[in-house]
Design a protein around this ligand. Sequence first.
Ligand code: GTP
Ligand code: MG
Length: 254
Amino acid sequence: MRFFFLCVGQAGAQIGNGCWELFCLQHGIQPDGQMASDKTTENDSFCTFFNETGSGKHVPRAIYVDLEPTVIDEVRTGTYRQLFHPDQLITGKEDAANNYAQGHYTLGANIIDLVLDRTHKMISAMSKLEFAVYPAPQLSTAGVEPYNSILNTHTTLEHSDCAFMVDNEALYDICSRNLGINHPSYLNINRLIIQIVSSITASLRWRAFVHWYVGEGMEEGEFSEAKEDMAALEKDYEEIDTDSVEDEGEGEEF
Ligand SMILES: Nc1nc2c(ncn2[C@@H]2O[C@H](COP(=O)(O)OP(=O)(O)OP(=O)(O)O)[C@@H](O)[C@H]2O)c(=O)[nH]1
Ligand SMILES: [Mg+2]
């Protein structure tokens, strides 16, 4: 399974940055796209997210796009600047000022052909997962944000196979109530989102090898059976361990 990330607007770029930072760490890829030498022979799970060039550089399968340059400029100058090809980072000069129609019909329409062209160069047909941000009054910069979310849902509905709603308000509550963070920032909220994106895609990155075994005649159920047996064995060992600690404890009393 291969993923392509289309990161749109400030939220898309900031969440994308966190995701690529985590994926690089998980797959042993350095900020310049080279793989740490001790990781190279392990497996090719990185293929889910990265393209490998002839020179051994790993390039995220992603395009960032924003109508104004400041957020993506941080990628261009940041720690991971060498990870991306300049063509993957597309910016205009002026943002949509929180106006969905300006983003969709006027300013956005001016760069959509370029975005589609670069996207098609990177990918062919694939399934589409969407992570759509829904606004929170605590983090809102404009009163019209709920309208923008509804209009965005309406437009992308027929293009996504599966959409995950990233509810900023719920995440804000989790951060403040459950994690004890006063006034959570986008950075705090994005950390949670990134863990969710990582968990949702983890099975596709590391379980793909099951098909090699099944292709050779093994039943897929054999894996879960093996897992259950291992868990039972682990439990047995734990019990033996606890028993022996208790025995030792008793011994000390005398
Ligand atoms: N979770 C999360 N939400 C964000 C982040 N940045 C912005 N948002 C929210 O995402 C929604 C859209 O805001 P932006 O991403 O700033 O908007 P934009 O796509 O850059 O659009 P314009 O600036 O109007 O061109 C708003 O509800 C913001 O509160 C972020 O880093 N993380
Ligand atoms: Mg913006």
